[in-house]
Design a protein around this ligand. Structure first.
Ligand code: 6PG
Length: 245
């Protein structure tokens, strides 16, 4: 059963450190294999730098952690728009065993074919083709919030939002830059996590964030988690607090 909480910190640096602490806690709580699903965008970039440096780097059980991506742009890993490519260059290449890094393989021809390949890989890694809420696929899923209320590559009005069977789908048309096709995990797949952690740093997101937190019909409000759903916000991004008086 989902529990939602909101944590507000002073600024982007504090947010990255709070996210790093949460990630370390998730990774060290699990005693065996750990699954962490990363996100793209600018908001996690400082977190990724921190994970590659002391003291966080030394605190992570790298051999046990498997790294996935919630959505990616349909470009090769070497392209500077590749979400997994960015994460690899920021911290994974230096610390994670290569076999523990699971990029979406864009060599598959089409975004839908790549999505199917990613689903096949996730099913093998999970050991079943049906997700069980009592045994989540991931320990932690990171998420960002787009200015239009999108999250992962789930854009407002897109058919991917209604997908209940497939674990990942191709998105031919991105509604925001970079305008390249995407592959995204679907809502039930992203939900299969012990913790979903949204990172929102940017003050320009305050209005859309207020709508999302009030339950507007936007993708970031439709995603859910089998475990905890945590919104980690900077003071600039957090909705105005009304006085209780
Ligand atoms: C991507 C993302 C996307 C991102 C949001 C927020 O591939 O771009 O996964 O969903 O998280 O657009 O991006 P910012 O952190 O840059 O605001």
């Amino acid at each position: 059963m989902q529990r939602r909480s909101i944590e507000v910190v002073e600024d982007a640096e504090a947010l990255a450190r709070a996210a790093a602490e949460r990630l370390v806690a998730c990774a060290t709580r699990a005693s065996e294999r750990v699954g962490i699903c990363l996100t793209g965008g600018s908001s996690p970039q400082r977190l990724y730098q921190l994970l590659g440096t002391a003291p966080y780097r030394e605190r992570l059980p790298w051999e046990r952690i498997h790294w996935f991506m919630g959505d990616d742009r349909f470009v090769p890993l070497a392209d500077d728009r590749s979400n997994m490519g960015i994460a690899m260059r920021a911290f994974l290449d230096a610390s994670a065993p290569r076999e523990n890094i699971h990029p979406i393989d864009v060599g598959a021809g089409t975004p839908d074919a790549a999505a199917q390949r990613y689903q096949d890989m996730l099913e093998r890694s999970y050991g079943a083709s049906r997700l069980d809420a009592a045994r989540p696929l991931f320990d932690l899923v990171l998420m960002g919030l787009g200015p239009d209320g999108h999250t992962a590559s789930l854009f407002p009005g897109d058919a991917a939002l209604a997908e209940t069977t497939r674990w990942a789908v191709g998105v031919e048309e991105a509604k925001l830059a970079p305008f390249v096709p995407r592959v995204t995990l679907t809502i039930p797949t992203l939900a299969s996590t012990r913790e979903m952690l949204f990172l929102v740093t940017d003050g320009d997101k305050r209005d859309v964030l207020t709508r999302v937190l009030n339950g507007a019909d936007l993708p970031a409000a439709r995603v859910r988690a089998d475990g905890d759903l945590v919104w980690l916000l900077t003071r600039a991004a957090a909705p105005e607090q009304r006085d209780a008086s």
